[in-house]
Write a protein that binds this ligand. Structure first.
Ligand code: ZN
Length: 286
């Protein structure tokens, strides 16, 4: 099952994606927001899988981030060997988690802002895990049970700000710099998440091409590690890291500019495509 969050005719709700259409679940009695939907448990998922409703063409809706405000938005540094090589850094002995801000999420088609404060804007195509169950101390061999599904993440990064502090956080959570989507594909439909082709294009030029089999710390290891430390909740997103081919890895470096379009595809998960625009004046509240 593929579940999207979308806006249409003035309301935002979830629906089941089938081919080029979304089955609107608004009249099914199920929660219309993704975190609440996952919290409602497996019965809600089973009901969503069989529910009927009006069908709306995907092209006619505004696809929103599948989770509008993830309780946590975690990501990984240096989790593919080829990316470590292009950065000249050392392979970490422990997964290098950092936080993206939950306010930076956006949906497929939404613009990525080129900040007024930096021209070192970069893309990172990544596999994202969406948590479906409240959980703590999850054993690695049972970690798949807490995964609702998977989506594509563009871990947009502002490189000069990223390297101003070792936590990297200053470069990772700018508004609009967390495109996620286009929807959530359930784990049963994905099957093995560690055998998926991942490709990123900038303006039609293939920049990243790898496979999730090359992850250093795999999805289950990441969940076991992070739940040793904290509780994960429905709707939390963990982005698993990027392979080589990011803009900063080229010589000369190839940062994003206004007018560019970044498109990411992962097997079975769809396409996440976002244009780059100059940060509009309207972002300032002072
Ligand atoms: Zn990343």
């Amino acid at each position: 099952m593929k579940l999207a969050t979308f806006s249409h005719n003035g309301t935002t709700r979830i629906g089941r994606v089938e081919g080029d259409a979304i089955v609107d679940l608004a009249s099914s009695g199920l929660p219309t927001e993704m975190c609440a939907f996952f919290a409602a448990g497996e019965e809600a998922s089973a009901a969503a899988a069989r529910a009927d409703g009006p069908r709306i063409a995907v092209a006619e809706v505004d696809l929103r981030p599948p989770v509008l405000r993830p309780p946590k938005f975690l990501a990984l540094g240096l989790n593919y060997a080829d990316h470590i090589a292009e950065t000249g850094m050392k392979k970490p002995e422990f997964p290098m988690f950092f936080n993206k801000q939950s306010t930076c999420v956006s949906g497929s088609g939404d613009p990525i802002h080129l900040p007024r404060a930096s021209d070192k804007l970069d893309y990172e195509g990544e596999l994202g895990i969406v948590i479906g169950k409240r959980c703590r101390h999850v054993p690695e061999d049972r970690a798949s049970e807490v995964i609702a599904g998977f989506l594509i993440v563009n871990d947009v990064s502002v490189r000069d700000w990223q390297f101003r502090a070792q936590t990297m956080i200053l470069g990772k959570g700018w508004d609009t710099h967390g495109p996620i989507g286009p929807w959530i594909t359930s784990r049963d439909e994905v099957g093995d998440p560690h055998s998926l082709e991942l490709k990123t294009w900038v303006n039609g030029e293939l920049r990243q091409h790898s496979n999730t089999k090359h992850l250093i710390f795999d999805c289950y290891n990441l969940i076991a590690t992070i739940t040793t430390m904290c509780t994960l909740e429905p709707g939390d997103v963990i982005s698993t890291g990027t392979p080589s081919g990011v803009g900063i890895g080229f010589d000369p470096k190839r940062f994003l500019v206004a007018g560019d379009t970044v498109r990411i595809e992962i097997d079975g998960l769809g396409t996440l495509e976002n244009p780059v625009i100059d940060e509009p004046a309207s972002t300032a509240t002072f």
